[in-house]
Design a protein around this ligand. Structure first.
Ligand code: PXL
Length: 266
Protein backbone atom coordinates (compact mmCIF):
# COMPACT_ATOMS: atom_id res chain seq x y z
CA UNK A 1 0.00 0.00 0.00
CA UNK A 2 1.28 3.45 -0.86
CA UNK A 3 0.28 6.68 0.83
CA UNK A 4 -2.89 8.12 -0.71
CA UNK A 5 -3.07 11.53 -2.37
CA UNK A 6 -4.74 14.21 -0.25
CA UNK A 7 -7.60 16.52 -1.14
CA UNK A 8 -9.24 19.18 0.98
CA UNK A 9 -12.81 20.43 0.74
CA UNK A 10 -14.50 23.50 2.15
CA UNK A 11 -18.25 23.08 1.68
CA UNK A 12 -21.65 22.93 3.28
CA UNK A 13 -23.26 19.94 4.93
CA UNK A 14 -26.48 18.76 3.29
CA UNK A 15 -27.85 16.32 5.82
CA UNK A 16 -29.63 13.90 3.46
CA UNK A 17 -26.31 12.84 1.94
CA UNK A 18 -27.43 13.99 -1.51
CA UNK A 19 -25.27 17.08 -1.94
CA UNK A 20 -22.42 19.12 -0.49
CA UNK A 21 -19.75 17.94 1.92
CA UNK A 22 -21.13 14.41 2.28
CA UNK A 23 -20.95 13.90 -1.49
CA UNK A 24 -17.47 15.40 -1.69
CA UNK A 25 -15.95 13.03 0.87
CA UNK A 26 -17.71 9.98 -0.61
CA UNK A 27 -16.38 10.90 -4.05
CA UNK A 28 -12.82 11.41 -2.80
CA UNK A 29 -12.91 8.02 -1.08
CA UNK A 30 -14.32 6.29 -4.16
CA UNK A 31 -11.38 7.60 -6.20
CA UNK A 32 -8.82 6.52 -3.61
CA UNK A 33 -8.08 10.00 -2.28
CA UNK A 34 -7.82 10.85 1.41
CA UNK A 35 -10.38 13.55 2.21
CA UNK A 36 -9.85 16.46 4.58
CA UNK A 37 -12.72 18.85 5.21
CA UNK A 38 -14.02 22.08 6.69
CA UNK A 39 -17.72 22.89 7.02
CA UNK A 40 -18.79 26.34 5.85
CA UNK A 41 -22.53 26.01 6.46
CA UNK A 42 -25.24 23.52 7.32
CA UNK A 43 -28.35 22.94 5.21
CA UNK A 44 -31.29 20.99 6.64
CA UNK A 45 -34.17 20.50 4.18
CA UNK A 46 -37.64 20.95 5.67
CA UNK A 47 -39.81 17.90 4.88
CA UNK A 48 -42.90 19.70 6.23
CA UNK A 49 -42.46 22.66 3.86
CA UNK A 50 -41.73 21.24 0.43
CA UNK A 51 -38.11 20.41 1.30
CA UNK A 52 -37.24 24.12 1.59
CA UNK A 53 -33.63 24.85 2.50
CA UNK A 54 -33.07 25.72 6.16
CA UNK A 55 -29.65 27.33 5.94
CA UNK A 56 -27.21 27.97 8.79
CA UNK A 57 -23.78 29.50 8.19
CA UNK A 58 -20.94 28.27 10.38
CA UNK A 59 -19.56 31.21 12.42
CA UNK A 60 -16.33 32.64 10.93
CA UNK A 61 -14.20 31.82 14.00
CA UNK A 62 -15.27 28.20 13.74
CA UNK A 63 -14.35 28.13 10.04
CA UNK A 64 -10.95 29.63 10.92
CA UNK A 65 -10.37 26.98 13.58
CA UNK A 66 -11.28 24.14 11.24
CA UNK A 67 -9.00 25.45 8.49
CA UNK A 68 -6.18 25.92 10.99
CA UNK A 69 -6.55 22.33 12.22
CA UNK A 70 -6.82 20.83 8.75
CA UNK A 71 -3.90 22.67 7.17
CA UNK A 72 -1.61 22.30 10.20
CA UNK A 73 -2.25 18.55 10.16
CA UNK A 74 -1.74 18.17 6.40
CA UNK A 75 0.58 20.98 5.31
CA UNK A 76 1.42 19.15 2.06
CA UNK A 77 -2.12 19.17 0.67
CA UNK A 78 -2.10 21.15 -2.59
CA UNK A 79 -5.59 20.54 -3.95
CA UNK A 80 -8.84 21.97 -2.64
CA UNK A 81 -12.47 22.02 -3.68
CA UNK A 82 -14.63 24.95 -2.62
CA UNK A 83 -18.36 24.20 -2.55
CA UNK A 84 -21.24 26.15 -1.07
CA UNK A 85 -20.15 28.97 1.22
CA UNK A 86 -23.43 30.78 1.63
CA UNK A 87 -22.78 34.29 2.98
CA UNK A 88 -20.38 37.18 2.36
CA UNK A 89 -18.88 36.57 5.82
CA UNK A 90 -18.15 32.89 5.23
CA UNK A 91 -16.74 33.76 1.80
CA UNK A 92 -14.43 36.36 3.31
CA UNK A 93 -13.21 33.95 5.97
CA UNK A 94 -12.61 31.07 3.55
CA UNK A 95 -10.84 33.35 1.04
CA UNK A 96 -8.45 34.55 3.73
CA UNK A 97 -7.85 30.99 4.99
CA UNK A 98 -7.10 29.70 1.50
CA UNK A 99 -4.75 32.60 0.74
CA UNK A 100 -2.52 31.51 3.65
CA UNK A 101 -1.66 28.21 1.99
CA UNK A 102 0.06 27.19 -1.23
CA UNK A 103 -2.22 25.46 -3.76
CA UNK A 104 -1.68 23.77 -7.12
CA UNK A 105 -5.38 23.19 -7.79
CA UNK A 106 -8.31 25.23 -6.49
CA UNK A 107 -11.56 23.82 -7.85
CA UNK A 108 -14.46 26.19 -7.26
CA UNK A 109 -18.02 24.92 -7.63
CA UNK A 110 -19.73 28.34 -7.74
CA UNK A 111 -22.91 27.48 -5.82
CA UNK A 112 -24.59 30.85 -6.27
CA UNK A 113 -28.01 30.69 -4.76
CA UNK A 114 -29.66 28.19 -2.54
CA UNK A 115 -33.43 28.15 -2.31
CA UNK A 116 -34.53 29.59 1.01
CA UNK A 117 -32.07 32.48 0.99
CA UNK A 118 -33.21 36.07 0.60
CA UNK A 119 -32.60 37.29 -2.98
CA UNK A 120 -30.79 40.33 -1.57
CA UNK A 121 -28.49 38.15 0.48
CA UNK A 122 -27.93 35.97 -2.57
CA UNK A 123 -26.79 38.95 -4.63
CA UNK A 124 -24.28 39.93 -1.94
CA UNK A 125 -23.06 36.36 -1.85
CA UNK A 126 -22.78 36.24 -5.60
CA UNK A 127 -20.67 39.42 -5.66
CA UNK A 128 -18.46 38.26 -2.78
CA UNK A 129 -17.83 34.94 -4.54
CA UNK A 130 -16.80 36.75 -7.71
CA UNK A 131 -14.53 39.19 -5.90
CA UNK A 132 -12.86 36.94 -3.36
CA UNK A 133 -13.08 33.29 -4.35
CA UNK A 134 -13.00 33.24 -8.16
CA UNK A 135 -9.59 34.98 -8.31
CA UNK A 136 -8.16 32.02 -6.36
CA UNK A 137 -9.69 29.42 -8.69
CA UNK A 138 -7.71 27.33 -11.16
CA UNK A 139 -10.85 25.43 -12.18
CA UNK A 140 -14.47 26.57 -11.98
CA UNK A 141 -17.42 24.22 -12.54
CA UNK A 142 -20.62 26.21 -13.13
CA UNK A 143 -23.97 24.63 -14.07
CA UNK A 144 -26.18 26.27 -16.71
CA UNK A 145 -27.68 28.83 -14.34
CA UNK A 146 -24.31 29.70 -12.81
CA UNK A 147 -22.70 29.90 -16.27
CA UNK A 148 -25.37 32.35 -17.40
CA UNK A 149 -24.89 34.49 -14.31
CA UNK A 150 -21.08 34.47 -14.34
CA UNK A 151 -20.88 35.10 -18.10
CA UNK A 152 -23.54 37.83 -17.94
CA UNK A 153 -25.59 36.15 -20.68
CA UNK A 154 -29.38 36.43 -21.05
CA UNK A 155 -29.90 32.81 -21.94
CA UNK A 156 -28.08 29.53 -22.56
CA UNK A 157 -30.18 27.32 -24.81
CA UNK A 158 -27.63 25.06 -26.51
CA UNK A 159 -24.21 23.49 -26.08
CA UNK A 160 -22.84 26.27 -28.33
CA UNK A 161 -24.22 28.88 -25.92
CA UNK A 162 -22.64 27.00 -23.02
CA UNK A 163 -19.29 27.08 -24.85
CA UNK A 164 -19.61 30.83 -25.34
CA UNK A 165 -20.32 31.21 -21.62
CA UNK A 166 -17.28 29.08 -20.74
CA UNK A 167 -15.04 31.36 -22.86
CA UNK A 168 -16.45 34.47 -21.24
CA UNK A 169 -15.93 33.03 -17.76
CA UNK A 170 -12.37 32.13 -18.73
CA UNK A 171 -11.87 35.79 -19.63
CA UNK A 172 -12.40 36.59 -15.93
CA UNK A 173 -8.92 35.10 -15.48
CA UNK A 174 -9.72 31.48 -14.63
CA UNK A 175 -7.45 28.87 -16.19
CA UNK A 176 -10.01 26.10 -16.74
CA UNK A 177 -13.78 26.41 -17.01
CA UNK A 178 -15.75 23.15 -16.92
CA UNK A 179 -19.37 24.14 -17.59
CA UNK A 180 -22.01 21.50 -16.91
CA UNK A 181 -24.93 21.20 -19.34
CA UNK A 182 -26.67 18.36 -17.53
CA UNK A 183 -30.13 17.40 -18.75
CA UNK A 184 -31.11 21.05 -19.17
CA UNK A 185 -29.91 21.58 -22.73
CA UNK A 186 -31.66 19.93 -25.70
CA UNK A 187 -30.25 16.74 -27.23
CA UNK A 188 -29.83 13.08 -26.34
CA UNK A 189 -26.58 13.62 -24.46
CA UNK A 190 -25.71 15.41 -21.21
CA UNK A 191 -22.77 17.56 -22.36
CA UNK A 192 -20.10 19.28 -20.28
CA UNK A 193 -17.63 21.63 -21.95
CA UNK A 194 -14.08 22.43 -20.88
CA UNK A 195 -12.46 25.72 -21.94
CA UNK A 196 -8.71 25.92 -21.32
CA UNK A 197 -8.09 29.38 -22.75
CA UNK A 198 -7.36 27.97 -26.21
CA UNK A 199 -9.78 25.26 -27.08
CA UNK A 200 -13.06 23.64 -26.10
CA UNK A 201 -13.26 19.94 -25.25
CA UNK A 202 -16.71 18.36 -25.04
CA UNK A 203 -17.56 15.52 -22.68
CA UNK A 204 -20.81 13.78 -23.49
CA UNK A 205 -22.70 10.84 -22.02
CA UNK A 206 -26.25 9.75 -22.92
CA UNK A 207 -28.90 11.39 -20.75
CA UNK A 208 -30.27 8.95 -18.19
CA UNK A 209 -33.92 10.02 -18.35
CA UNK A 210 -34.91 13.68 -18.32
CA UNK A 211 -35.21 13.99 -14.54
CA UNK A 212 -32.54 15.83 -12.63
CA UNK A 213 -30.81 14.01 -9.81
CA UNK A 214 -29.39 15.54 -6.69
CA UNK A 215 -25.62 15.66 -6.26
CA UNK A 216 -24.49 15.30 -9.86
CA UNK A 217 -22.76 18.70 -9.93
CA UNK A 218 -21.13 18.23 -6.52
CA UNK A 219 -19.94 14.75 -7.49
CA UNK A 220 -18.47 15.96 -10.78
CA UNK A 221 -16.48 18.78 -9.18
CA UNK A 222 -15.33 16.54 -6.33
CA UNK A 223 -14.20 13.86 -8.77
CA UNK A 224 -12.24 16.43 -10.81
CA UNK A 225 -10.64 17.55 -7.54
CA UNK A 226 -9.69 14.00 -6.53
CA UNK A 227 -8.18 13.26 -9.93
CA UNK A 228 -6.17 16.50 -9.97
CA UNK A 229 -4.91 15.62 -6.48
CA UNK A 230 -3.60 12.35 -7.93
CA UNK A 231 -1.75 14.29 -10.63
CA UNK A 232 -4.13 13.75 -13.56
CA UNK A 233 -4.43 16.36 -16.29
CA UNK A 234 -7.63 18.42 -16.33
CA UNK A 235 -8.75 16.58 -19.50
CA UNK A 236 -8.32 13.16 -17.95
CA UNK A 237 -9.84 14.37 -14.64
CA UNK A 238 -12.94 15.71 -16.44
CA UNK A 239 -13.35 12.43 -18.34
CA UNK A 240 -13.04 10.27 -15.21
CA UNK A 241 -15.46 12.57 -13.37
CA UNK A 242 -18.02 12.46 -16.19
CA UNK A 243 -17.90 8.64 -16.27
CA UNK A 244 -18.26 8.39 -12.49
CA UNK A 245 -21.29 10.70 -12.51
CA UNK A 246 -22.86 8.75 -15.40
CA UNK A 247 -22.53 5.45 -13.51
CA UNK A 248 -23.74 7.13 -10.33
CA UNK A 249 -26.88 8.40 -12.07
CA UNK A 250 -27.58 5.04 -13.72
CA UNK A 251 -27.37 3.49 -10.24
CA UNK A 252 -29.13 6.34 -8.47
CA UNK A 253 -30.40 5.99 -4.91
CA UNK A 254 -34.16 6.54 -4.58
CA UNK A 255 -35.02 9.33 -2.17
CA UNK A 256 -38.19 10.90 -0.77
CA UNK A 257 -36.82 14.37 -1.59
CA UNK A 258 -38.02 15.70 -5.00
CA UNK A 259 -34.95 14.20 -6.69
CA UNK A 260 -33.20 10.86 -6.48
CA UNK A 261 -29.53 11.01 -5.64
CA UNK A 262 -26.23 9.93 -7.21
CA UNK A 263 -24.53 6.77 -5.94
CA UNK A 264 -20.84 7.59 -5.87
CA UNK A 265 -19.96 3.95 -5.16
CA UNK A 266 -21.43 2.57 -8.40
O1 PXL B 1 -26.07 21.16 -5.00
C1 PXL B 1 -25.70 22.37 -4.45
C2 PXL B 1 -25.51 22.28 -2.98
C3 PXL B 1 -24.23 22.34 -2.48
N1 PXL B 1 -23.96 22.32 -1.16
C4 PXL B 1 -24.96 22.24 -0.26
C5 PXL B 1 -26.29 22.17 -0.68
C6 PXL B 1 -26.57 22.18 -2.07
C7 PXL B 1 -27.96 22.08 -2.53
O2 PXL B 1 -28.87 21.83 -1.79
O3 PXL B 1 -27.27 22.09 0.23
C8 PXL B 1 -24.63 22.23 1.18
Amino acid sequence: MSTPSLAYVVAGSEATGGAGFQVDLKTFQQLGVYGIGTLSCIVAFDPAHNWGHRFHPVPPTLIDEQMEAALATHPTVRTVKVGMLGTPDTIDTVARGLANHQWDNVVVDPVLICKGQEPGAALDTDNALREKILPLATVVTPNVFESKTLAGMDSIDSVEDLEEAARKIGDLGIKYVLAKGGVELPGDDAVDVLWDGEKITRFATPKVGEQRVSGAGCTLAAAVTAELAKGASIYSAAKTAKDLVYRGIQNRVPADTPFDTVWQGA
